[in-house]
Design a protein around this ligand. Structure first.
Ligand code: MOS
Length: 745
């Protein structure tokens, strides 16, 4: 029996997906179902002065019209907490429809409940609302002078300001300096499945919510706080989730509104966000700009890095996606300063989006590195190697594992980097200018702050069920968990069923920050290992077992049979032991306690990205011709799903570089392109030849299986490699994402 881990097991949920049998939260069959539709504010700042719902209430099929006047108050508005805790995780500290104030365009102002979604939708158009409008801030450019440095950002997890050494002195003394400012358009997640909640009250205090989420437990705890109920009253189920990219990491207002509406009408209520509402209801990557100042010696050794970031946040929360972590440790730099600056604007609180923070932070750093290489006259890859840090430059501690130099080397081989003529505009293919570029990829290894739990149960026929509260939103986590459990128990994957997607199951973190599979996987590994050990313990203690009195350390399990390691003919199956001892099943709860963040190691994931682009010399059109990404994500559980994750990440990097932007109309304070037709994402026709490879690193520090995560590292650096390639092709630096063709004309 070869190990399942490291194999290419097909998605265990694939069959259901292909047959259309996966149950998404808007599809769960519920009897007597009513439908809720949210009505959104048409202004971005001000107050409701009058609201007339009478016509809507009289419309056919309408059961209720809820506004701030009759919704009732939520019990508490919890403080912002990162959902990695597996606790309450509201996306913002503001809950709508509590008073007449309007803080941002698209803020919910009414909820209509009707017997069909079409009738609810129509009745929503009949509500007459009058507003008093006050000036709104929708763009950074409108309020730069009001910028401030927050004490902490990111739900309080990170400081607003960090430094080491003396950056001003080092920059003044530097032989070479690069100073550049990069601007980033806001981005929206745009998963194919819009967020949806179906709320069913079974009694006055028993609520089930079918919710499209990255973390059922986070939704359970958030709803408990908002509704003023104990967690035992609330069950959150997430059977299948159609993508997320961070939009379903935090808990936004719609599940609570669905629950309140259901309680109001005394019927189950389904609330599905429209595509347009997905742009104003679950956060986004904020509009931001980042200034990088690099000081270096003439040989390219970096002596100073200053990294300032300015973000447009909401009126309520000091949110900036954390962009400074990976750049601060990417290279040796004795002098460093990183500062977040925020501007309050009329927007929902921004949130995690596709490699949150580091995708933009590393873009800025890696483009500046390309400029530095050119200034000094050395190869961009050589510049990275000269500044490679074998220890965490922040703490001075060794990396738990790295693999970065191997990634550079492998990527260079696969790409053919070393043939490169460094001169910009030196290659042409017909009307196309050809260029190549590279970038480093770094992403923090995020550890959950609380213990992760999983349950493993073996039945007396030798099959096993393994459970944890994690939801499957397209990462392949259920498949990987099946493999982890099978190997730990010593049984084939066909005999394992992984069950997740419910808050009734053992509590695990919401799957965010590339940490879902590693967090849950560690718990599953421990649960299944302990279950195996329990069966072995019973066997060696049982008079009728051929393993009686054997040393448990000398027993292993092969294909469901416990055998002596050195005499595999001696032993018995789990099933035989359980039948003989009248055990219908055996169950254990495994708990993984994540190592403290300040253990003796720097923990990061590393990789290298390379890209070749063709730029139409006359039209400015950019086509990415090739991408190579090589990553060192630690243990790879499933080569197929990991490859998909990494390749998908790289294509999202292509989107970040060339396509993705949500455009704000500052006159209205509203998004101007809130649809899948107008918000561009890469499609198959945009996708180049993408080569993905991994470098094996063993990591004994991060978790029991040595997994560092593949969810987001593929995004990081991809856009910088493309932008650097565009420079190489055209001789024109790009300081603003996305790089649209008018910037190249
Ligand atoms: Mo992920 S964007 O950290 O939910």
């Amino acid at each position: 029996m070869s190990p399942a881990i490291g194999g290419t097991l097909n998605r265990v949920d694939g069959r259901f997906k292909v047959r259309g049998e996966s149950r998404y939260s808007a599809e769960v069959p519920v009897t007597n179902l009513a439908h809720a539709v949210i009505v959104n504010a048409k202004i971005a700042s001000g107050r409701i002065t009058a609201i007339d719902t009478s016509e809507a209430e009289r419309a056919e099929g309408v059961l209720a019209v809820l506004t701030h006047r009759n919704l009732g108050r939520v019990a508490t508005v919890p403080r912002l907490l990162p959902s990695l805790a597996g606790l309450a995780a509201p996306g913002q500290t503001f809950f709508p429809m509590q008073d007449d104030t309007i803080h941002y365009g698209g803020q919910p102002v009414a909820v209509v409940v009707a017997d069909t979604i079409e009738r609810a939708d129509h009745a929503g158009t009949l509500i007459r609302i009058e507003y008093e409008t006050t000036p709104a801030t929708s763009l950074l450019d409108q309020a730069r002078d009001r910028a401030y440095v927050p004490e902490r950002i990111f739900g309080g997890l990170l400081p607003g300001h960090a430094s080491r050494g003396d950056v001003a002195k080092a920059l003044a003394e530097a032989e070479v300096c690069v100073d550049a400012t990069y601007r980033f358009a806001p981005n929206h997640h745009n998963p194919i499945e819009p967020s949806a909640s179906t709320a069913v009250w079974e009694d006055v205090d028993r609520l089930t919510v079918y919710d499209s989420t990255q973390g059922p437990n986070a939704v359970q705890f958030t709803l408990a706080e908002l509704l003023g109920l104990p967690p035992i009253s609330i069950r959150v189920v997430s059977h299948a989730v159609g993508g997320s990219f961070g939009s379903k990491a935090m808990v936004w207002h719609h599940p609570a509104l669905a629950a309140l509406a259901a309680r109001h009408v005394g019927r189950p209520v389904r609330l599905v966000l429209s595509r347009e509402q997905m742009f104003t209801s679950c956060g986004h990557r904020e509009e931001q700009e980042q200034q990088i100042t690099l000081g270096a010696r003439a040989d390219g050794r970096i002596t100073a890095l200053r990294h300032h970031k300015l973000s447009l946040t909401s009126p309520f929360d000091d949110w900036a996606e954390p962009s400074l972590q990976s750049p601060s440790v990417a290279y040796t730099s004795p002098n460093y300063e990183g500062v977040y600056h925020l501007v309050r604007g009329n927007t929902i609180t921004p949130t995690f989006t596709r490699a949150p923070g580091e995708a933009t932070g590393m873009f800025a750093l890696e483009c500046a590195m390309d400029e530095l290489a050119e200034r000094i006259g050395i190869d961009p890859l050589e510049l990275r190697l000269r500044n490679y840090s074998a220890t965490d430059p922040e703490s001075g501690k060794p990396w738990s594992s790295s693999g970065l130099t191997e990634c550079y080397q492998r990527a260079a081989e696969l790409f053919g980097w070393h043939d490169r003529d460094p001169r910009p505009r030196s290659r042409q293919d017909g009307q196309w200018l050809i260029g190549t570029g590279m970038a480093s990829a770094l992403y923090p290894v995020t550890q959950p702050v609380n213990p992760q739990r999983a349950r493993a149960r073996l039945y007396n026929d030798g099959t096993a069920v393994v459970e944890a509260g994690v939801s499957e939103f397209g990462t392949g986590v259920f498949t990987a968990m099946t493999q982890v459990a099978a190997d730990a128990l010593g049984i084939p994957v066909e005999r394992v069923r992984f069950v997740g997607g419910s808050s009734d199951l053992p509590n695990v973190t919401a799957a965010v920050g590339s940490a879902g599979t590693s967090a849950v996987g560690s718990a599953v590994h421990l649960a299944a290992t302990q279950l195996r050990d329990e069966l072995i313990r019973r066997a060696v203690a049982d008079d009728h077992s051929p393993l009686r009195d054997a040393d448990p350390a000398n027993v292993e399990v092969r294909d469901g049979k416990m055998v002596l390691r050195d005499r595999p003919d001696v032993g018995e199956t789990y099933a035989d032991l359980m039948h003989r001892t009248f055990a219908p099943d055996v169950e254990v709860l495994g708990t993984w306690n994540p190592p403290p963040q300040d253990a003796g190691y720097g923990v990061h994931t590393f990789g290298a990205q390379m890209a070749e682009v063709a730029v139409d010399a006359d039209l400015g059109v950019v086509r990415v011709r090739r991408m190579v990404g090589v990553f060192a994500p630690g243990r790879v559980l499933n080569r197929k799903t990991a490859h998909s994750q990494l390749m998908g990440g790289m294509l999202w990097g292509l989107g970040q570089a060339l396509l993705e932007a949500t455009r704000m109309d500052p006159r209205l304070g509203r998004w101007a392109n809130a649809s899948l037709g107008d918000y561009l994402v890469p499609v198959n026709a945009d996708a180049p030849d993408v080569v993905v490879d991994t470098v094996e690193v063993h990591d004994e520090v991060v978790n029991p299986l040595g997994m560092k995560g593949v969810g987001e590292i593929g995004v990081v650096g991809a856009a910088a490699a493309i932008a650097n390639a565009v420079y190489h092709a055209t001789g024109r630096r790009q300081y603003e994402l996305p790089i649209t063709l008018e910037k190249l004309l």
